[in-house]
Design a protein around this ligand. Sequence first.
Ligand code: SF4
Ligand code: SF4
Length: 643
Amino acid sequence: MSDTDPTYRRYSDGDNEPYDWNSDVINQGESYLCPTYIQRTPPCQNACPSGHDIRGWLSIVRGLDKPQADKPWQQYAFERMTQANPFPSIMGRVCPAPCQGGCNRNSLDGFVGINSIEQYIGDWARENNLAFDKPEAESGKRVAIIGGGPAGLAAALFLRRLGHNSTIFEAHDALGGQMVFGIPGYRIPRDVLEDEIQRILDLGGIEVQLNTRVGDNVKVETLEHDYDAIFWSVGTVIGKLLRVEGGEAPNCIDGMTFLRSFNDGSLKYLDGRILVIGGGDTAMDVAAVAKRIGEVAELDHPERPEAVFDGSGSQPEDRAALRTDSDCWLVYRRPIEKAPCTKHELEACITEGVEIHDSLAPLEVILDEQGRASALKVQPVDWSSGKMEPNGEPFEIECALIVAATGQTGDYDGIDGIANEWNQIDADRTMQVKGKQGHFVAGDAIDPHLLTTAIGQASVAVQGIDKYLSGVSLDDRPKVEGHHFDLLQELDEKSLSPDEYNHGSTWGTSSAKWSVHNFENRAEADVINTNALYTGHFDYEKVNAREEIDINVSNVLGSMIERFNGLTQDSAVSEAKRCMSCGFCFECDNCVIYCPQDAVTRVKKDERVMGRYVETDYAKCVGCHICKEVCPTGYIEMGLGQY
Ligand code: SF4
Ligand code: SF4
């Protein structure tokens, strides 16, 4: 398909019968209902585990919501974005973007490229050395953060914004968690990672203790005594081995160990066919790394990967020059379409030469006379009945290394009373550890998921910690979590806050200045879906995609560059303009133009902010509902007079 062919068609082939439009034509009628303006949560935000105000920062990028004074719009967008997530450059690169899956524009011509715009803003912020604002006041409280991965670092920032200090206890020799030990550098460039971490530390009030494992070097009881609250962000650092006979052979390892050895530079090449077991993003990372590092033939033990993993050997740098293409198979027990990995990671692996062998269940690791794995015995299976059933004879696949990327678990050695029987931490909706007052938790420690999930949970946990430190009871959470646009804050930023209410009697409230008239914020309760929009307003718009770098089977060996280039400023702005602003006014003027009574007008220019662009003269409105029908964003509800 050419890139100018629309993917959205209003009609299907065969839709050629005349239709009686009369019943659908909007006739001017009358009712007692007048328009009121309702803010709802767009599905992109609802699907984003960090709860980003995506619609809000897209409206900044497209030039609708303008910054004050001479602040660059990129900085204004960065400030809005990082309210929810302090890693825009990283998220823009590696987040599988569930927000895009939720985007209402999927019903038209495809989702808005949210994370490519996020990357553009994050990269602009790095190039322009943007910093976070320091807190206005200090609380004098201190929080112990156990684990310096994405959740721990995000919590340190969110706590700092509230004036709380923290100490991060990190068991390893670097901050970053999965971002540094798990995800390879060609997906998260290390200079990007270092800059985004350093920006948090530059806030001050965040002490870091590396190589300090709670449970070994520090006791939990000591932290309980020395700190006002404890935040657990320990992640899952132990990969699971293949649970079949022979799965503990020295050349059968887990995906975490493999990636950690690659990321710390000790694993430089393989020594024959590698079988990667699993279908998640860790499996894709292992397979893609295997294609990049290649193999060197006939290694002796000290140079073999397993010697690197257990520290009994090493791989000299100069031998890497002998590398040739590696033979990498991805073995998955379900059909590959069912794999939970990010689809474009799978596609990239296939392009780079990873062989996919799906619907194969591992049965046994076949050992040679030295006790090393020489093959994996697998059972072909069929899932068509919904259950896994044998489908043919088992067979053996020869291999030199087996990497199980089938799950990981937490390390609670020396730590009592926190983890459950599955080595996970149970939390309530406020992210407080169940049965442990003053202990909060976020991230993979609860259940392994995305980086953005860990950060979203850290935000909720910090709100809980703040209440706990203030002696306020922890309320239940809203139905729709997120960093919602706040009209009152927007009015305040533009010096347009409503007047103080004088608590006196007022006759006729429409001109009183102590309230925001005919506006209701239902963001914490309602998500707006496509049916509530007037999608006929939107033309087909070509997606502004990032430029992909051609990394394929012929050039993948030794390639450590990123797989795509970021958007230019122009393409980021064009892409942001594809946003339909679901659930919030985007100043299209439809309601002003189509109102037959001239009842809807624009708010005076010097009183306008996002969300207060139009107003209705209720003396003129006859309740015809035409404005509601033509509002593309679903912002208008014929509610006034009803509620
Ligand atoms: S069109 Fe815009 S506001 Fe609507 S879901 Fe997509 S990104 Fe979000
Ligand atoms: S029709 Fe356009 S201008 Fe009127 S409320 Fe809806 S989005 Fe705003």
